[in-house]
Design a protein around this ligand. Structure first.
Ligand code: SF4
Length: 213
């Protein structure tokens, strides 16, 4: 028998999937990370070119590893040590078949909120790659877009800032957002994706288990 959490997650995912469809996006619900990885591999045809943004979700759930084990044309910035190559790869992302990312928050009505320092991730989400695949845990779902932006700014961003040892932003001192303009601020762009002009370009896998920040 399903637990109360499983029942609620299924209902929430059904609601979200309908709301994404109204925004011309395709969405799927996978209760576990294993099902989410399987679904991602089903969606992405063999031989596709791809890269991804700095998402902990896709790394922690094992999707990056699974993609490397398949026959894809991958540019993985995590294993690129040349800063110039890295810069080129960010631009190359715009002509790739797939861009894979998570979201910092999602509203119940199907809007995806992301915060970005340099802007390459939200740029690729906005335009360029033929397909964008979001993999998002249900713990990032907020009641409305205002609370999603608040989550992205006050929860996700300070935790993400804590990942970088050399960063000197106010949130590194007390774990809360100070709406800063400090050098190295990771919150230059606040991006809300509320619709896909190209039918089905945006695909979302919702995951029942908790991943990412
Ligand atoms: S303090 Fe600055 S870097 Fe930290 S979360 Fe806020 S805006 Fe982002």
């Amino acid at each position: 028998m399903d637990t109360p959490m499983e029942i609620r997650n299924k209902l929430l995912a059904e609601k979200l999937i309908k709301n994404f469809q109204k925004r011309h996006m395709e969405a799927y619900y996978c209760p576990t990370k294993e099902e989410a990885v399987k679904k991602a591999l089903e969606l992405i045809p063999e031989g596709s070119s791809m890269t991804w943004g700095g998402s902990m979700t896709i790394r922690d759930m094992g999707l990056v590893k699974a993609l490397h084990e398949k026959n894809y044309d991958i540019f993985d910035r995590d294993i690129c040590t040349d800063p110039e190559e890295n810069q080129k790869a960010m631009r190359r992302a715009f002509s790739m078949d797939w861009f894979i990312t998570s979201a910092n928050a999602v509203s119940e009505d199907g809007q995806l909120v992301n915060i970005d320092g340099l802007g390459n991730r939200v740029a690729a989400i906005t335009f360029g790659p033929k397909n964008v695949l979001f993999v998002v845990s249900l713990n990032k779902v907020c009641q409305d877009v205002e609370s999603a932006v608040k989550r992205a700014r006050s929860t996700a961003a300070p935790i993400n800032a804590a990942r970088f040892e050399d960063m000197k932003t106010p949130c590194k001192v007390d774990g809360t957002c100070h709406d800063c303009n400090a050098p190295g601020c990771i919150c230059s762009c606040i991006h809300i994706l509320r619709n896909s002009k190209i039918e089905g370009r945006i695909k979302i896998i919702l995951v029942g288990e908790e991943y990412g920040y």
